[in-house]
Design a protein around this ligand. Structure first.
Ligand code: 13P
Ligand code: SF4
Length: 307
């Protein structure tokens, strides 16, 4: 069976749309109707007229799409595709934390569960986090969750004293500063670009810091440069498609794994076979309880309005 052709046929028959994140496997990115960063994917999910949204990404992304489209069917190729950042912020513990700081505005990074979003004042992604923080009056205290690295980056950028939740992304914390410095010494004419989920010492080496879409755009607008790319290695597929002549090296991970880079095992759970199966069976579906959905929708809509 030609999986590619069968997926295309099912997609047309069922009026489905495939939304994929830049960290998905190359063959999934290539068959998607839209490939983007977390913000772009949420915006696409908000405006689609398809009956079925196939989310080739991780669970919290599918949840966001479902919160925005309660009457649509939202399916995820593998329901086990979670996120270490979302897992690092259990709703019960977060609820207690919020209760102990009742005067703080709660900003959460979109990489969290629907339950945590329901406890939030405004959601952000890595591409609009700075704008969202700066939209809050300067004298207003803020809780920022769940990513301590993105939170620290925002504190350094804005000078705001935010209370940070102690969560992190395993993929972005896997980069080795020693190996990165060694690599840069061997390739001194390469510029380092990094995702703000990376640790502060990695970000200090970067010429550009931004979301996945921001990083791709930076490479596109600097055609005469070469880059060491500090984010999940799946991004190199789209970067190289957009800029075939540009020389790119993935930033090295601490562990000597097969790709010598950093890959998100959650994102890579999705395969073409699972994509086909989920479209065929319209399962597994993402569901969000109505009370949680209604509360979580408000901070997501605030973010979309501000973006
Ligand atoms: P962005 O796509 O918003 O840059 O986020 C990266 C990420 O880790 C998604 O899980
Ligand atoms: Fe979560 Fe990190 Fe994977 Fe993104 S790359 S889905 S933040 S674990």
């Amino acid at each position: 069976m030609d999986l590619r052709e069968e997926i295309k046929r099912l997609k047309k028959d069922k009026n489905a749309i495939i939304l994929a994140h830049y960290y998905q496997r190359p063959e999934i990115q290539d068959i998607a109707d839209y490939v983007g960063d977390s913000l772009g994917l949420a915006q696409k999910a908000a405006e689609t007229e398809a009956d079925i949204i196939v989310f080739a990404g991780v669970h919290f992304m599918g949840e966001t799409a479902k919160i925005l489209n309660p009457s649509k069917t939202v399916i995820l190729p593998d329901l086990e595709a979670g996120c270490s950042l979302a897992e690092s912020c259990p709703p019960e513990a977060f609820s207690e934390f919020v209760k102990t700081h009742p005067n703080n505005t709660v900003i959460t990074y979109v990489n969290c569960s629907a339950e945590v979003k329901a406890l939030t004042d405004i959601v952000c992604t890595s591409s609009n986090a700075l704008k969202i923080v700066e939209s809050i009056p300067k004298d207003q205290p803020i809780i920022f969750a769940p990513d301590r690295n993105l939170g620290q980056y925002l504190i350094n950028k804005t000078g705001r004293d935010m209370l940070l939740w102690d969560g992190s992304c395993v993929v972005h914390e896997a980069f080795s500063i020693e190996k990165l410095i060694k690599l840069h010494k061997a390739y001194p004419d390469y510029k380092i670009i990094a995702h703000p989920e990376s640790e502060t010492h990695i970000l200090k080496t970067a010429s550009y810091i931004g979301s996945t879409a921001g990083m791709i755009n930076y490479v596109k607008t600097h055609p005469n440069e070469k880059f060491i790319v500090a984010t999940e290695a799946g991004i190199l597929h789209k970067m190289q498609q957009e800029m075939p002549q540009t020389e790119l090296i993935p930033a090295p991970a601490k562990d000597d794994n097969t790709c010598a880079c950093s890959e998100c095992s959650f994102m890579k759970l999705n395969t073409m076979q699972k994509l086909y199966d989920c479209l065929l069976n319209e399962s597994p579906q993402i569901d969000v309880a109505q009370d949680i959905r209604e509360k979580a929708l408000i901070p997501i809509q605030r973010m979309l309005e501000l973006s």
